[in-house]
Design a protein around this ligand. Structure first.
Ligand SMILES: NC(=O)c1ccc[n+]([C@@H]2O[C@H](COP(=O)([O-])OP(=O)(O)OC[C@H]3O[C@@H](n4cnc5c(N)ncnc54)[C@H](O)[C@@H]3O)[C@@H](O)[C@H]2O)c1
Length: 329
């Protein structure tokens, strides 16, 4: 069975690839579990060499804005696609045209390639799409729930919502068997900080544990909805396997995050037992970042995701322990 991960060189894509390889099989178009024999990581950037050591894995470096390239990757042999490639929020806001080319045209290329793949093979490829809490904006309640109106207020959010609608519509037509998940902020993101406004939520854990001082740009009381990398990867796997008819009229599902204050995150980092020298955490509010964060929901809760059996996290201590185990030890 051939599986493609777009954005397979990115943070979540790489971790998802490792989980698929470890599990070794997924449900194929026949409805039966099949061995994953070919896992293609498609991205602008190649993943590190060591992640390509498994002979089931290959990397294709290419641009999702080129429909021919995408059609070459998602071909008639492709049974499943995890579509994660994206220009993230700040990038899509800074460059309107790039955001639409990658996040909208790129998504259409993926869906058209999957549709053609299904028509050529006689199967219906499963496509799992990474959407975002950026689907909500404006007067968001503190807790975003299943019935919260979709009101994106950024280009990125609009592009994600359009992607969800396309996933539902292509599925309704029987071209693909699509599913989309609205992810909360995934913490802890390893490596260097990225440009996301939410980056401090990972930084407040990652930097001190790597011996680097951290200045948190929002108040200690500021709260965010987060999910760990392990759990979001479990959600991708679970969503792939789900009987999509259980999703109902919309193929898009909100995931439940949990609410953490930056104060609680700082305390948990300070209390964690480690023999590494830790960096210091201080708070110095940056009004621009604070204003953005104040507009975000404090948490997300989906009864539907819970009823369907999707996993979620519930405390920051476990998230920190998983980061230490997965990235530092
Ligand atoms: N990490 C989060 O907190 C979070 C939250 C909500 C939603 N999401 C969504 O989940 C998905 C994965 O997120 P991530 O954190 O791994 O992001 P990431 O930035 O680490 O990975 C995205 C990948 O897409 C690739 N990409 C960008 N433009 C491309 C192009 N033109 N052609 C091919 N590849 C291209 C990038 O090179 C990158 O490796 C994204 O769609 C993102 O919008 C992430």
């Amino acid at each position: 069975m051939k599986v493609v991960i777009t954005g397979g060189g990115g943070f979540i894509g790489r971790q998802l690839a490792q989980r698929i390889l470890a599990q070794g099989e997924l449900t194929g178009p026949s409805g039966q579990r099949e061995a994953v024999t070919d896992l293609v990581l498609f991205d602008m950037v190649a993943p590190p060499e060591e992640e390509l050591a498994d002979d089931r894995v290959s990397a294709v470096v290419g641009d999702i804005t080129d429909g021919d390239v995408v059609a070459g990757v998602i071909d008639a042999d492709t049974a499943s696609v995890f579509h994660l490639a994206s220009v993230v929020s700040a990038g899509a806001e800074a460059d309107f045209d790039l955001g639409y080319r990658v996040n909208l045209d790129g998504t259409r290329h993926v869906l058209e390639a999957a549709r053609a793949a299904g028509q050529a093979s006689g199967g219906t490829p499963r496509v799992v799409f990474a959407s975002s809490l950026a689907a909500y904006g404006g007067e968001v309640p503190d807790t975003v729930m299943d019935g919260t109106p979709i009101t994106p207020e950024t280009s990125y959010g609009a592009q994600k919502v359009i992607g969800e609608y396309l996933i539902t519509d292509y599925s309704r037509k029987g071209y693909i068997d699509g599913r989309a998940m609205r992810l909360p902020t995934i913490v802890v993101r390893p490596g260097k900080p990225n440009k996301a406004a939410s980056g401090f939520a990972s930084g407040i854990i990652r930097e001190p544990l790597n011996g680097v001082d951290m200045v948190c740009p929002v108040t200690p009381e500021s709260r965010m909805a987060i999910m760990s990398p392990r759990t979001v990867v479990s959600c991708f796997m679970y969503m792939h396997e789900l009987d999509a008819s259980k999703l109902g009229a919309s193929r898009a599902l909100l995931l439940s995050g949990f609410s953490v204050s930056m104060d609680a995150a700082a305390t948990a980092v300070r209390n964690v037992q480690t023999n590494r020298a830790k960096g210091e955490i201080t708070f110095k509010t940056d009004p621009a970042t604070q204003a953005i964060v104040d507009g975000w929901p404090k948490t997300t809760h989906s009864d539907k995701a819970g009823a369907l059996g999707f996993p979620s996290d519930d405390n920051i201590e476990d998230v920190i322990a998983a980061y230490i185990e997965d990235e530092l030890d």
